[in-house]
Design a protein around this ligand. Structure first.
Ligand code: AMP
Length: 577
């Protein structure tokens, strides 16, 4: 397949406003690709060269791309910059300057290899090299390809193709329906690499996909927690439980392979450098290969206190890592082990895994075992929850002692319990921003008046509206939202967004915010949970508590199913049986 052919598909995907069409178009593209092509192509449609957890970015800034376009089309930098000012998108600038360059025969695989060379250029003279390599690539392609290449290079090719859409399309391409999605998703939960799955599926079929194993160095999709309203409900449903503090930090999966250690976040990013103390601590462990799961949290020596999420998240900033490590050292509470010395441990009962955690990290002062107590008593659980809250923690996570680790699953093997303030939902929800309304008065200065928030409809890989959001942000945060929104705004409703309300500006669903609300109410205005003529759900008195994009992808937002369950629990609380 040539890159020009791929570009025709990228154009089609870009103009699609229906999710079913996205899946079908992508499936058609897949049926035309060979096992060699399908891996690079799968990364490229998501604007990448490698899976999300590999920190390889083409990483050309606007200035460099302007210079490369100028070089490719023998135009002055100033002329390119002027066109950019007019068109607002360097991709369109490149397409215009490419004029009527005829369709080229560069294969997808070669373009991928050449973009990898650009990404890999480092050291003295690398800026020049990147510019020249990119310019020579642009010179060889047709206008549509130039447009998409430029967007990829800038990290702005966002067609809104989520991972579940890729999995559905793979299934469609082979079977004509979605029936293979569970098998493909199972493999995805173990390896987190869509390109690898696509290639394996194309060359080895279903059996080889099923045989894809957990491996050190590739993150596993995190096991997630369900909610229950109170300790009574927990004991009624789970019986004997292991209770742990719930730390409000950042989920980390630590992979050790000899001296090589990598740290991944829950949204599959590589945090190895940013959380250098954890890396160093894992290198000290005696086992050869390990995968540990836990929560990293910043600790203030002066206050002798664990710090809230936002401060832990501030450690993510690349610069000043060493100074930050001094001022806000991190520890990680390790609450699981998934792999040790070549052995997959995910099938072992939780209690046995936790005993191994104690053994493996014994003696470390940075990797600490998350304490547990076991109980089947409502009183003991209530007391432990209150203890945790009084120590400034979020609450507790309760786990079934005999449960295995189910990658990517959210079920009642793990249940989170947080403070219950009367009149409020007993937990926050994570929403994705899907649009905004222009403001009046003071807020108009920031360009945003109210936000439209959505939840994730996991079955259909869509974002359904649930509430407008207006309060909870400081002036600085409104400004921050405005800056992000400028980069995310799109002309039409994105294909994966489902909303009856039409905001002034649609946003690509990317920013995740944590929201507290008083209650969930039925609402005909929102699409979250709407079935046929039945109304959807809305949030009453929502307020933003924090920005969560640091550790959550849009697909990690609260799901429609969770909202329906929270609504059910809320109704039960109001009308005790
Ligand atoms: P939430 O993000 O509110 O859905 O809560 C689930 C998150 O709590 C997990 O993804 C972890 O990042 C975090 N967490 C904190 N402490 C624990 C613990 N002891 N066990 C499991 N998860 C924990």
């Amino acid at each position: 397949m040539t890159f020009a052919e791929l570009s025709v598909y990228l154009d089609r995907l870009e103009s699609t406003s229906s999710r079913n069409e996205l899946v079908k178009t992508l499936a058609e593209l897949y049926t035309k690709s060979s096992p060699d092509e399908i891996q690079p192509l799968t990364y490229q449609i998501q604007g990448r060269l490698v899976p999300f957890f590999e920190p390889v970015e083409i990483g050309l800034g606007e200035k460099l791309v302007i210079a490369a376009i100028a070089q490719a089309f023998a135009t002055a930098n100033a002329e390119v910059a002027k066109l950019f000012g007019r068109l607002g998108d360097l991709g369109l600038v490149a397409a215009q300057l490419a004029g009527n360059a005829s369709s080229s025969t560069l294969p997808v695989t070669e373009v991928h290899a050449r973009l990898m060379d650009i990404a890999g250029a480092a050291g003295a003279g690398s800026v020049e090299k990147k510019r020249s390599l990119f310019a020579s690539l642009l010179k060889q392609v047709d206008p549509a390809s130039a447009k998409h290449l430029v967007r990829m290079a800038l990290g702005r090719l966002r067609l809104g193709i989520g991972d579940p859409t890729v999995l559905d399309a793979l299934s469609f391409a082979k079977k004509g329906d979605r029936s293979l999605r569970p098998l493909l998703e199972g493999a995805y939960n173990r390896v987190s690499d869509l390109g690898l799955i696509a290639k394996t599926f194309w060359s080895g079929g279903e059996d080889e996909v099923t045989a894809l194993k957990i491996t050190v160095g590739r993150p596993i999709r995190s096991q997630l927690a369900e909610r229950l309203p109170n300790p009574e409900a927990v004991i009624r449903r789970l019986g004997l439980v292991a209770v742990q503090p719930k730390y409000d930090g950042i989920r980390v999966q630590i992979h050790k392979n000899g001296a090589a250690v990598r740290v991944f976040s829950r949204n599959l990013e590589d945090y190895t450098l940013m959380f250098s103390e954890l890396t160093a601590a894992a290198q000290q462990l005696t086992d050869d290969t390990l995968i540990l799961d836990g929560e990293a949290i910043a600790y203030s020596k002066e206050l002798e206190e664990y710090l809230p999420f936002q401060l832990t998240a501030s450690r993510r900033r690349q610069h000043g890592i060493e100074q930050a490590a001094q001022e806000l050292p991190l520890v990680a509470f390790v609450f699981d082990i998934l792999y040790r010395n070549g052995r997959d441990l995910t099938e072992l009962p939780y209690e046995e895994r936790l005993a191994l955690v104690d053994e493996v990290i014994a003696g470390s002062t940075v990797l600490l075992p998350a304490p547990i107590i076991k109980t089947d008593s409502v009183e003991v659980l209530t007391k432990t929850l209150l203890d945790s809250i009084s120590q400034g923690l979020e609450g507790v996570v309760v786990k079934r002692p005999d449960s295995k680790y189910q990658a990517g699953a959210r079920n009642f093997n793990w249940v989170k319990l947080k403070r219950h303030t009367s009149g409020e939902l007993n937990d926050t929800v994570d929403l994705v921003l899907i649009g905004y309304y222009f403001g009046k008065g003071k807020r108009a200065d920031f360009g945003v008046g109210a936000l439209l928030g959505g939840v994730y409809d996991a079955d259909n890989d869509r974002f359904a509206s649930i509430t407008k959001l207006g309060t909870g942000l400081s002036d600085a945060e409104w400004r921050q939202i405005h800056e992000r929104a400028d980069q995310l705004q799109v002309d039409q409703r994105p294909a994966r967004v489902d909303s009856i309300l039409v905001p002034d500006v649609w946003l690509k669903p990317e920013v995740v915010v944590e929201v507290m609300a008083d209650e969930i109410t039925p609402s005909p205005r929102h699409t979250a949970g709407r079935v046929g003529d039945e109304p959807g759900f809305a949030l009453r008195f929502p307020r933003i508590v924090s920005f969560r994009s640091a550790d959550k992808r849009p697909e990690d937002a609260t799901t429609v199913k969770e909202i329906a369950e929270l609504f059910r629990q809320q109704r039960q609380r109001k009308q005790p049986a």
